[in-house]
Design a protein around this ligand. Structure first.
Ligand SMILES: Cc1cc2nc3c(=O)[nH]c(=O)nc-3n(C[C@H](O)[C@H](O)[C@H](O)COP(=O)(O)O)c2cc1C
Length: 222
């Protein structure tokens, strides 16, 4: 770290100053939200962002995980994905969440992660970031929108800037028309029951838009 970085707490390298940093944070027990997060990563990188793809820490007992073969298999398959921390969110200019619907709300693993962030929030380290969220549920109207809106309530407390997709691109209509954030329906087989190409395009638009808003905020915050 150079003299100015030590003095002002910021690196002056071209890369650090100009490249928007995006944290993609997900929870998934069956793989759907992991897939959405991977599509978001691909699009954020295509938009020129440096990306960290991270899961939130599992809080369920191992016995519960072991009792569901798909959950156990997914946990094993993603064991090397890094676990998100408050410092990762502080690092980011833009944050994209992908969380499953649980009884019409955010999965408790994600809520538990949020509950570890009081210190970061108190120090203003979560403010002025561009955020958006995606979700999934078993039923077409099983609570996806409620989950995303519930997550955004926490974002308002952080002072984050919600960069929801709205209807800023026709791809949102083709993906089911959720203006709060891209969402999918998951079939009994655990697979996405919607048009995957349409969902991927909507995720890409949402990710690019969140990165773009994050880029503007980064300049304002500089
Ligand atoms: C405890 C629990 C609660 C759930 N609640 C709902 C619900 O309220 N509405 C719904 O349609 N699906 C519900 N589901 C289904 C999940 O939303 C679905 O399995 C999830 O979106 C799949 O995402 P994943 O593959 O990333 O884990 C629930 C599942 C569990 C295990």
């Amino acid at each position: 770290m150079g003299f100015f970085a030590k003095l002002f707490g910021k690196s002056t390298t071209e890369e650090t100053v100009n490249v928007t940093k995006t944290a993609i944070v997900y929870y998934s027990s069956g793989g759907t939200n992991y897939q959405l997060a991977q599509w978001a990563k691909e699009a954020a990188e295509a938009a020129g962002s440096e990306v960290r793809l991270m899961k939130v820490a599992e809080t369920a007992p191992q016995a519960a995980i072991d009792s569901t073969p798909s959950w156990k298999a997914h946990t094993e398959a993603t064991k090397d994905v890094p676990v998100a921390t408050g410092d990762d969110l502080e690092w980011a200019d833009a944050i994209i969440f992908s969380v499953p619907t649980r009884f019409g709300n955010v999965a408790s693993q994600v809520q538990s992660f949020f509950d570890t962030l009081g210190g970061h929030w108190f120090q203003g380290k979560l403010a002025n970031k561009a955020v958006s969220a995606m979700s999934s549920a078993q039923n077409p109207h099983g609570g996806q929108e409620a989950t995303i809106l519930s997550l955004y309530t926490t974002m308002y407390h952080w002072g984050a800037i919600v960069a929801a997709p709205g209807f800023t691109d026709p791809v949102t209509f083709a993906a089911g028309g959720n203006p709060y954030g891209t969402s999918v329906t998951v079939g009994q087989d655990g697979k996405i029951a919607d048009d995957e190409a349409a969902i991927k395009a909507a995720v890409a638009h949402q990710a690019k838009r969140t990165v773009q808003v994050g880029t503007v905020l980064k300049q304002l915050n500089a």
